[in-house]
Design a protein around this ligand. Sequence first.
Ligand code: IMP
Length: 175
Amino acid sequence: MINILDKTFVPFISRSSIESRIAELADQIGKDYAGRNPVFIVVLNGAFLFAGELVKNISLTCEITFIRFSSYSQTESTGNVRQIIGMEESIENRDIIIVEDIVDTGLTMAHLLKQIKDRSPKSVEIATLLHKPEALKTPIDMRYVGFEIDNKFVVGYGLDYDGFGRNLDSLYVLA
Ligand code: IMP
């Protein structure tokens, strides 16, 4: 059990389970993209640990770039999606894999997908560590999903509660 600010969280998914699942996703991506040179677009801040672990396990010749959005205020989605930084380079005719920590309502991802598709990539797929199917408000096609979880607030492994908890090496859920 851990406390972050005013909330208590309990262990949810262990580091070893997360890492072995990420290795499986990496393996799948390696097979699916054999002979190609994808561009991983990592959505900061939450996806930084997931992305690091994922790309370490991928031996494709690939590019990795970073963008940043914000849609969350404490534990409630604001519904406002804003692009803050990134996406300067051309992605025209490239195979894109978006790397996200969690798809919750899907509003952030829908917004990002539109922006990416407007730039004429060859293909776009999504790799997300977590997905909350019950929370989804708009249909999103996710090819690589680490874990489907209940609609509960989680922290750790890159995900934060009000800025804290990203460094935890496993996932915790609100008690
Ligand atoms: P969406 O637009 O509702 O899908 O929200 C996506 C973003 O909200 C994610 O990239 C996270 O930064 C944040 N988020 C959603 N659920 C959680 C959670 O349970 N813990 C921490 N952050 C979350």
